[in-house]
Design a protein around this ligand. Structure first.
Ligand code: RIB
Length: 306
C-alpha cells in the first residue's frame, strides 16, 4: 500500500503559442479541464502502475470536488480519506501550456488549505500500515509534518516532493523524517544559499548534506535525473520522447519511483521506472489524463514502444 497525503485540484488549462509576459494578454488555443493536484496526480500515477493506493486530502463540497473524487476512484485509488469541506471551494489550478510543453501554474488552494494535523492523525493507522508515504507541499505544512512523523515512527519509507518551491525552506522536524527528497532544480535551489552553475550531482549531494536527508533525487526534465544516496551518485538520462505538456511529469516520476521501490527494486532501478513514467506523461496533455499505465511503462523500459 502506498499512501498519499496531499492536494486535489481541478486544472483549468489553456494552450498558448508562448507564455505571457507580465501585463500581456495573449489569444490562446483550446481550453480544457483536467483532474489534477500534485497529491491526487501522484496517487493516480501509483494506482495506474498497479499498486494499492490511498489518498488523504480535502475537496470542497462542490461539483469539482465530486469530479476529483470520482476521477481518482475510477483509477482504483481508495478515496475514503478524502474529506468534503462545506463552505470552501475545491482547489483549482490555472495553467498555461506553451507549444513547447512548458507551463506556468497558479493555484487557488481552496479546501486543500483546510487539511489539518488532526485529519492526518485520524488516518494514522493507514499511514503506519503503508510501505511508502508520498508527500508534497500543496497542503498546509503542519499536516505534512504530522504525516511524516507518523510514517517515520512506523518504519514507513517517506518520499517528499517539495513542490511548489514557493513554500521555502522546510523545518528540521519535517526533514528528519524524510527518506527521499525529490525536488526539481528550482525546488532544490531553495535549500541552498547559492546553486547557480552547480552540476546536478553536486547539487544533490549538497541538498542531502544541508537537509540531513539520506537520499536526494533532482529531476531535470529532458536532462534526466541525478540521485545522491548512501551508494553515492547516480545519473540517469531521460527517455527520448516528443514532449508536448510537462504538466504532472514530475508527479508521474514520483509515482513510478515509489511503486518500483515499494515492490523491492533498488533505488537506482526504481529511478528508471520514474524516468519512464515521467517521459510518457510529458507526451500527453493534462495532468491525470497524461499518466501512463503499468503496461506502457514496461513497454518503454523494455524498448517495446516509446
Ligand atoms: O504537478 C502538476 C500539478 O500541479 C497540476 O495538476 C496542478 O493542479 C498543480 O497542483
Amino acid at each position: 500500500m502506498i499512501v498519499v497525503v496531499g492536494s486535489l485540484n481541478m486544472d483549468l488549462v489553456v494552450r498558448s503559442p508562448r507564455l505571457p509576459r507580465p501585463g500581456e494578454t495573449l489569444s490562446g488555443g483550446p481550453f480544457a479541464t483536467y483532474p489534477g493536484g500534485k497529491g491526487a496526480n501522484q496517487a493516480v500515477a501509483v494506482a495506474r502502475l498497479g499498486a494499492p493506493t490511498t489518498m488523504i486530502g480535502r475537496v470542497g463540497a462542490d461539483g469539482f470536488g465530486q469530479m476529483l473524487r470520482i476521477a481518482a476512484e475510477v483509477d482504483g485509488v481508495d478515496v475514503t480519506g478524502v474529506i468534503d469541506t462545506p463552505g470552501m471551494p475545491s482547489g483549482v489550478a490555472l495553467i498555461t501550456v506553451e507549444n513547447g510543453g512548458q507551463n506556468t501554474i497558479v493555484i487557488a488552494p481552496g479546501a486543500n488549505a483546510a487539511l489539518t494535523p488532526e485529519d492526518v492523525q485520524a488516518v494514522a493507522h493507514q499511514i503506519a500500515a503503508a510501505r511508502v508515504l508520498l508527500l508534497q507541499l500543496e497542503v498546509p505544512l503542519p499536516a505534512v509534518i504530522r504525516a511524516a512523523a507518523i510514517a517515520h515512527a512506523a518504519g514507513v519509507t517517506v518520499i517528499l516532493n517539495p513542490a511548489p518551491a514557493a513554500v521555502g525552506r522546510l523545518p528540521a522536524e519535517l526533514l528528519a523524517n524524510v527518506d527521499y527528497l525529490v525536488p526539481n532544480e528550482t525546488e532544490a535551489a531553495v535549500f541552498l544559499d547559492e546553486s547557480s552553475g552547480v552540476p546536478p550531482e553536486v547539487l544533490a549531494r549538497a541538498v542531502s548534506t544541508v537537509c540531513g536527508v539520506p537520499n536526494v533525487i533532482i529531476t531535470l526534465g529532458a536532462a534526466g535525473v541525478a540521485m545522491f544516496g548512501p551508494a553515492g551518485v547516480t545519473r540517469m538520462s531521460a527517455f527520448p520522447v516528443q514532449a508536448i505538456d510537462a504538466t504532472a511529469a514530475g508527479d508521474a516520476f514520483v509515482g513510478g519511483f515509489a511503486v518500483a521501490l515499494s515492490q523491492g527494486l533498488a533505488p537506482a532501478d526504481a529511478l528508471r521506472w520514474g524516468c519512464a513514467a515521467g517521459a510518457l506523461a510529458a507526451t500527453r496533455p493534462g495532468a491525470q489524463s497524461s499518466l501512463p499505465t503499468r503496461d506502457e511503462v514496461l513497454g518503454l523500459l523494455e524498448g517495446r514502444r516509446m
